[in-house]
Design a protein around this ligand. Structure first.
Ligand SMILES: C[S@@+](CC[C@H](N)C(=O)[O-])C[C@H]1O[C@@H](n2cnc3c(N)ncnc32)[C@H](O)[C@@H]1O
Length: 229
């Protein structure tokens, strides 16, 4: 799967060279290509922003450099889905991540900066996506979050694909049950006896009950619509 990102800070994407995403790149499961928006900047100073019409604080990203960057990438990869990272977009959840992971050949992500992008850029994208109801300084971290979440769902990326079914927001749509490892006792807290029993049926029943309990405490809305997150 291909990820293209239009950004003023392409160097930030080097952070994705580590761990699962680094291995997915090394094995060829994904490619990540960060396109420097500055190359499409206007005039000698490669300007990409300007003051807002109507006044107000901060700068707004001009549409022409963004449009030129989008056109250039799409001319070479016409089937990419174009996504503007925006706090005003549809919320990224595991359901949307699953949908995006089915997208071939891949995604073009647009990372804003400053006060955001000129509103006319919305007409040039397929959707806008938010990683949560808070505001970051730029769309690079949101783009990386989306890339990471999508990549781990791709075939052959995770060593044990079963973990995808069992984890939070997986097949059951619930939060995952709690995990324990050695030692059996840590600072006075013991591993639940059932997990030491070797009785796989009891362990499964316990885990299902714990997952429901945890979900009821922390994300009760997930119990209302099983399988959806
Ligand atoms: C400082 S933000 C702009 C916020 C905008 N003025 C507002 O109030 O909605 C600059 C850029 O960061 C990115 N960004 C910030 N928070 C985000 C979030 N929660 N999800 C996705 N992108 C975000 C977007 O690309 C946005 O254009």
């Amino acid at each position: 799967m291909e990820f293209h990102v239009i950004t003023l800070f392409p160097e930030m994407f080097a952070a994705l060279g580590a761990g699962v995403i680094g291995r997915a790149q090394a094995s060829g499961s994904i490619t990540i290509c960060a396109h420097n928006l500055r190359e499409h900047g206007l005039g000698n100073y490669r300007q990409v922003d300007d003051t807002p019409y109507g006044g107000g604080s901060g700068m707004v990203m001009r549409p022409e450099p963004l449009a030129a960057a989008i056109d250039e990438v799409m001319a070479q990869h016409p089937a990419l889905q174009r996504i503007l990272m925006s706090p005003q977009g549809e919320p990224l959840n595991q359901g949307l991540v699953r949908e995006l992971a089915r997208n071939r050949p891949g995604l073009l992500l647009i990372a804003g900066r400053y006060e955001g992008v000129d509103a006319r850029i919305s007409a040039m994208v397929d959707r806008e996506v938010s990683i949560g109801d808070y505001v970051l300084s730029g769309g690079e971290l949101p783009a990386m979050v989306l890339i990471e979440a999508v990549t781990r769902l791709l075939p052959c990326v995770l060593g044990n694909p079963e973990s995808l079914a069992e984890e939070s927001f997986g097949l059951s749509g619930l939060l995952e049950y709690p995990h324990f490892t050695r030692p059996e006792e840590f600072r006075g807290m013991r591993v639940p006896e059932v997990l030491l029993s070797g009785d796989h049926r009891r362990i499964r029943v316990w885990r299902e009950a714990e997952a429901r309990k945890l979900t009821a405490q922390r994300r009760p809305h997930l119990l209302a619509v099983p399988g959806k997150s």
